[in-house]
Ligand binder design. Structure first.
Ligand SMILES: O=C(O)CCC(=O)C(=O)O
Length: 323
């Protein structure tokens, strides 16, 4: 090789790596699933979406936009209340209900930062009003999505009932504190740190502001911007463990760059609280042992909840006293 050729080659190679990363990022996008399509093709698209991205948008989901909007109005009113009013609805760390202030949680187990978001959580245990109606609509939608998920992995009726007769869920209204100036992701100024969800499926509504990003092995952090008339769905760790990693529980995070607060409402669905989850035999072999031992939803939920709230305490979080 002639003198001077090597640096040129390196430069060309690094440029082509950069442009291929840019190409990959622009080539990849979270797919859209139309729930009005035929059952079999929808189930097969759900499987492809979850094995590639762990995320998908849904359209024709049947949740009235008017109910989504009313739920966000209620969320705004709640978070506008004085701190003393919010503190009177304290977070209960066993049930994952009530108000949790900014800094009370650190979803990224490895990161240095605490999440800046504040949240109000409701399980299928209580709370009246619009949030109850919203939760009921999302619970029906989750049962519908489960049918596609079960079909996607070829599950029979008896096994479906064992897992999801009465799915457990947590509805979480979130308000992301406005970004002050430049958001330095590496320094950890994140609305929600990088994390995977814990349950079966999460169904997310946003107020139309961007911020959500999903991690992809080739493309890096992909934006998941809001799309008109769509909700966003992603699989959680229960689905990953159950399919032994075949379907992804993708890492995601929220980077807020707006000077306005951002509102979102996440409906975190799990399988039944007492369902004992273990890797399905079709995804296990001697070369591919189960990722986790069998465990109930409740055991796994408490393990993850304890971990995330404990993380915030270790980093000096402003967690309100538990009741
Ligand atoms: O607000 C969002 O866009 C995502 C929320 C989220 O990832 C979470 O709370 O787990």
């Amino acid at each position: 090789m002639k003198r001077g050729t090597a640096p040129l080659l390196l430069l060309l190679l690094s440029q082509s790596f950069e442009s291929s990363a840019a190409f990959n990022a622009s080539f990849h996008a979270v797919p859209l699933v139309d729930l009005a399509g035929s059952f079999d093709s929808t189930a097969s698209t759900v499987r492809t979406a979850l094995s590639t991205y762990g995320f998908f948008y849904i359209t024709n989901h049947g949740v009235p936009q008017e109910l989504i909007d009313r739920q966000f109005e209620q969320s705004r009113l709640l978070f506008e209340q004085p701190a003393a009013v919010k503190a009177a609805m304290p977070f209960n760390g066993t049930l994952d209900i009530g108000y949790l202030g900014s800094g009370g949680q650190a979803l990224d187990a490895e990161g240095r930062a605490r999440d800046t978001k504040e949240g109000f959580m409701l399980t299928n245990n209580g709370y009246e009003g619009v949030l109850r109606a919203y939760t009921a609509a999302l619970s029906r939608l989750n049962r519908r999505l489960n049918q596609f998920l079960f079909a996607a992995v070829g599950l029979g009726e008896a096994e479906r009932l064992e897992l999801a007769r009465q799915p457990f869920h947590v509805t979480k209204q979130l308000r992301y504190v406005p970004a002050e100036g430049f958001v330095d992701v590496d320094a950890g100024s994140l609305g929600a740190g990088a994390h995977a969800d814990w349950g079966s499926l999460t169904i997310l509504a946003t107020d139309g502001q961007p911020g959500l990003e999903v991690e992809h092995s080739e493309a890096g952090w992909l934006p998941v911007p809001p799309r008109d008339g769509c909700l966003i769905v992603n699989a959680g760790d229960q689905v990953k463990h159950w399919t032994n990693g075949e379907l992804k529980s993708a890492n995601h995070r929220v980077v807020v760059k707006s000077a306005r607060p951002r509102f979102s409402t996440a409906f975190f669905a799990y399988f039944d609280l007492w369902a004992r989850l273990e890797a399905l035999p079709q995804f296990v072999s001697s070369a591919r042992p189960p990722m986790r031992p069998p465990e109930t939803t409740l055991e796994f939920f408490h393990f993850k909840l304890g971990e995330s709230v404990g993380n915030a305490r270790e980093r000096g979080g402003a967690l309100k006293e538990e009741t």
